[in-house]
Design a protein around this ligand. Sequence first.
Ligand code: THU
Length: 128
Amino acid sequence: MNFDWDALVTAAKGAMKNAYAPYSKFPVGAAARVADGRFVTGCNVENAAYGVALCAECGLISQLVLSGGGRLTHFACVNGAGEVLMPCGRCRQLLWEHGGPDLEVLTTHGVKRMDEVLPDAFGADDLH
Ligand code: THU
């Protein structure tokens, strides 16, 4: 499939504009395509209690579940300059849960599969 990554990055930039990041001053926006074709987005939301900040990916996953769930197929996130950003370690785990090994991720080194971005992942299969 010839995926339109530019459209996904544009959606991530749009989400980034809504970030609440007064402490780090590091706004982040994330966007993903769902298997049924819809897009979900998220932005980071910080807190005066620094440790409870929500990454952009947290909002994205909440929107995914709230809007009916489904499998993520493509993902990208950007910083305040609109540059592609790698998802943090914790958020890679969130992405794994809802995208699995086949999720395509736009990274700073091109498009990679999720099982390259989070090798040897722990997941639902390990629970049984
Ligand atoms: N951040 C994200 O939103 N996603 C990531 O994958 C990396 C980090 C946010 C958390 C915090 O609000 C700011 O970036 C600086 O770490």
